[in-house]
Design a protein around this ligand. Structure first.
Ligand SMILES: NC(=O)c1ccc[n+]([C@@H]2O[C@H](COP(=O)([O-])OP(=O)(O)OC[C@H]3O[C@@H](n4cnc5c(N)ncnc54)[C@H](OP(=O)(O)O)[C@@H]3O)[C@@H](O)[C@H]2O)c1
Length: 275
């Protein structure tokens, strides 16, 4: 007996060692990059713009940084970015992302997915933690990103097409770093929530990238100050992380129809493994 779902033509191609590895699969599609003007997000925006992806790029309030990224992308690739400003916790900001997608060629049907980089370092020592600092971290690192993923997932599910959502956590959500509770607790919650979201819509894949210490964005000052020098000197890592490392990992999860969902990819050069 043969399965009703068996594809004999495909089986014949594999017997003949014929495989399908399409390139530039996101060209002409739309992708949302929330927090895409920051140190890590801007590298993904650049990678996708070079591929010919239409980009809706979000940030909270730093208009100047957003405008200079848009100018740089225009100069480097000829692509113009669609910018969305505002905190992700606000429903009108989340609606604005989808409204902008609908104005672009192909509308919602052309949306291949989203990467949600928005977050805040939330560095508060344990003994100084209070309700306000904890709520601020939860809003920036958990509530806002999760609500946007929920809204986008629900919208993408209506298209019936394959799509990918990528949430950004941190190595601190997966390994214990003393003093990181306010940041790491919210990011760990995001990792778990992402895996639950991955069960929600059959064609919407939800994955997480967890960066280590990179030389840009919110980790730049710590790396520059020497905080991770000992990891380098004892060989736990052979170099500091770069924004391109994270961009490539996120692009990997955005690849259409890639058979990966509910996964967490740690991009830390081995730091948590060897420390
Ligand atoms: N850099 C690292 O080495 C590192 C390591 C591990 C994890 N991460 C994670 O990677 C993500 C990106 O980090 P990054 O270093 O690129 O940070 P970044 O340079 O500070 O950029 C953060 C981006 O998110 C936006 N944003 C912040 N809070 C927001 C909110 N409440 N609503 C909407 N947008 C908001 C910012 O907009 P504005 O500029 O307008 O504020 C900016 O576009 C974060 O989630 C972070 O936790 C970073």
């Amino acid at each position: 007996m043969t399965s009703a779902h068996w594809d004999e033509q495909q089986a014949a191609r594999y017997r003949a060692f014929q495989y399908d590895f399409p390139e530039k699969t996101l060209a002409g599609k739309t992708v949302i990059v929330a927090g895409g003007t920051g140190g890590l997000g801007a590298a993904l925006v650049t990678l996708l713009a070079r591929e010919g992806v239409r980009l809706v790029v979000g940030y909270r309030s730093n208009h100047q940084r957003a405008e200079s990224l848009a100018r740089a992308i225009e100069q480097q690739t000829g692509q113009s970015l669609t910018l969305v400003a505002g905190a992700l916790c606000a429903p009108e900001t989340r609606r604005a992302y989808l409204d902008q997608v609908r104005t672009l060629p192909g509308g919602l049907a052309a949306l291949a997915g989203a990467a949600i980089f928005a977050g805040a370092p939330a560095r508060t020592p344990l003994l100084e933690l209070d309700r306000e600092t904890m709520e601020a971290s939860l809003q920036a690192n958990y509530i806002g990103p999760l609500l946007l993923a929920r809204d986008l997932g629900a919208a993408l599910a209506t298209t019936g097409q394959d799509a990918g959502l990528v949430l950004i956590a941190t190595m601190q959500a997966l390994a214990v770093f003393p003093g990181s509770v306010n940041y790491a607790g919210a990011k760990a919650a995001l990792v778990h929530a992402a895996r639950i979201l991955a069960t929600e819509w059959p064609r919407v894949r939800v994955n997480v990238v967890a960066p280590g210490a990179t030389v840009v964005g919110m980790a730049e000052a710590s790396v520059r100050s020497g905080k991770y020098d000992s990891a380098l000197e004892r060989g736990a890592i052979h170099r500091f992380g770069r924004p391109e490392d994270v961009a490539r990992a996120v692009r990997f999860f955005l690849e259409p129809d890639n058979y990966l969902t509910g996964q967490v990819l740690l991009v830390d050069g081995g730091l948590t493994l060897r420390r």
